[in-house]
Design a protein around this ligand. Structure first.
Ligand code: PFF
Length: 517
């Protein structure tokens, strides 16, 4: 195992996870994140409650797990971060790798802002300093939100935890795969599961908890006929499992050559969805308590999704809960741990990609990439227009960018380069859980068909209705601009001649007949 000094980001003598468990914990750490805690419960509730489980499970089985396997197969066979792994399949495919890595880079830039908020709220929780009007506190006192505009007014309360977040990310990455990223996950993931189970148990013992669960699980069957609900399920699965972002390709590239890939994938997918469900139960039990306190129904409550749920509604509930301080401290600590283990996966992917392309040392690329991210995060998201920018970028990156990425990836590999059978054989050669031909049908046919329908529907609605009533120029700049930025930068990075060692003579392992067809 190479040491994480400033040696070049290598492909032979590549640093590896110390064990399969280390890899699984790291992959679970990437998957379980803010998406599980603040995204899933609200999305599920808005999209049919209990009935959402049907599109969710369909998305998991037809696209989530198959594409997770695809990511693993590419990274593990071609032993490089996404751009070089794709380049080893066919040179021009490098562009797809950059497209995916740039998308995750964009996500990291705003994801860090939410971790920074969680850090502040972790501190606030000790004396409930958000006061009684938690909405006014979050939007006004804390974020100091203004209009959708380009603001240059930096809010120190956000900028300071943001700097701390980026320094911590940098340290974890610079220490390397085994000594940095894996160690963080080995420590935080068990801790996170224990802390979160504690929170859920506490929530379930609150008066009104059952009403909350009933609300969450009562199916609205009509929702199943709504295409938007299906879109929500698929994008939730992509975001939540961290797939089609080039990140799982990179993680798999640090696995030893003999490693059971598909079985690990099943464990990761199962752990991620269980955590997601657990978060839904915990959140709705807590909301049931809130409705009970206010003698109203959960359906009458407002602010059940996204940042508002964690940073406005939860603080309000914590105010009223016996032992609220402990609950609050543990809740925000969980958000920080979940978010941190996910953001380091992204930065590892970006740093490894840049290092391989430009022939940089591990630390040099970690420092340069983190510095760029930190400057962008602070400049864009610690200003008074941060919340709105974040919401717009999130919408476009996750509902347009990642869907496009998954379509291009599956169509290119299965139909254009015809690597489906090869990658299937690769997975089967190393794993105990064997994948049948059904896998190729899913990634080559079922997945892309669903995804194209979704993308078209989403594009039509964004073009015709705009987004959230924000001004056209603003959505153009931050929304469409994000997609254009990612595409243009991917083209530029691909056009730059490869400076690191791309080892045109690289030999995939194990030797498979299919490779030479
Ligand atoms: N899966 C993470 C979550 O659920 O919060 C977010 C994420 C991590 C998305 C890594 C993309 C990624 F590459």
């Amino acid at each position: 195992m190479a040491t994480p000094s400033n040696a070049p980001v290598a492909t032979e003598n590549r640093e590896t996870w110390t064990s399969n468990t280390g890899f699984i914990l790291a992959a679970v750490g990437s998957a379980v994140g803010l998406g599980n805690i603040w995204r899933f419960p609200g999305v599920a509730y808005e999209s049919g409650g209990g009935a959402f489980m049907i599109p969710y499970l369909c998305a998991l089985l037809t696209a989530g797990i198959p594409i997770l396997f695809l990511d693993y197969a590419i990274g593990h066979r071609y032993r490089a971060a996404a751009p070089l792994a794709y380049r080893r399949i066919r040179k021009p495919a490098e562009a797809l790798g950059w497209f995916q890595i740039l998308l995750s880079f964009v996500i990291a830039v705003y994801y860090a802002a939410v971790i920074a908020w969680a850090m502040s709220y972790f501190v606030f929780a000790f004396d409930l300093s958000w006061g009684q009007d938690t909405l006014a506190f979050f939007v006004g006192d804390y974020l100091q939100v203004g209009d959708p505009e380009i603001s240059t007014t930096i809010v120190p309360g956000i900028a300071i935890p943001l700097v701390i977040t980026w320094v911590a990310v940098l340290i974890a990455i610079a220490l390397g795969v085994a000594k940095g990223v894996e160690k963080v996950n080995v420590l935080f993931i068990p801790l996170l599961f224990v802390a979160f189970i504690g929170l859920v148990i506490r929530a379930l013992t609150l008066p009104g908890a059952l009403d909350g669960l009933t609300e969450f699980f009562t199916p609205d069957w009509a929702a199943l006929g709504d295409l938007d609900v299906w879109i929500a399920a698929y994008s939730q699965i992509f975001f939540s499992l961290s797939i089609a972002f080039g990140i799982m390709v990179t993680y798999a590239s640090f696995q030893r050559r003999k490693a059971n890939m598909t079985s690990s994938g099943l464990v990761v997918a199962f752990a991620n969805s269980s955590f997601e469900l657990l978060a839904g139960i915990g959140v709705f039990a807590t909301l049931g308590f809130m409705a009970h306190q206010q003698s109203t129904q959960v359906s009458e409550l407002e602010g059940l999704t996204g940042p508002i749920l964690s940073f406005v509604t939860f603080p309000a509930v914590i105010n009223e809960m016996p032992g609220g301080t402990i609950f609050g401290v543990v809740f925000f600590a969980s958000l920080i741990m979940a978010g941190f283990t996910s953001i380091i996966s992204i930065l590892l992917g970006v740093a490894a990609s840049v290092g391989e392309k430009f022939g940089l040392g591990w630390r040099t690329s970690a420092v340069s990439v983190s510095a760029v991210c930190a400057v962008l995060s602070i400049g864009l998201f610690s200003t008074t227009s941060g919340l709105i920018a974040l919401d717009t970028v999130d919408q476009f990156a996750n509902n347009v960018g990642i869907v496009l990425s998954a379509i291009v990836m599956t169509v290119l590999l299965v139909w254009v380069y015809r690597r489906g059978e090869l990658l299937r054989q690769h997975l089967n050669a190393v794993s105990t859980f064997k994948v049948g031909k059904w896998w190729i049908v899913l990634i080559g046919f079922v997945g892309p068909v669903f995804l194209v329908i979704m993308l078209v529907q989403k594009l039509v609605s964004l073009v015709s209705e705009g987004y959230e009533g924000y001004p056209g120029w603003y959505v153009g700049l931050f929304g469409w601009g994000t997609v254009v930025f990612v595409i243009v930068m991917a083209a530029i990075l691909t056009a730059i001649p490869w400076k690191g060692r791309d080892q045109a003579d690289f030999r995939p392992w194990p030797e498979l007949e299919e490779e030479h067809r």
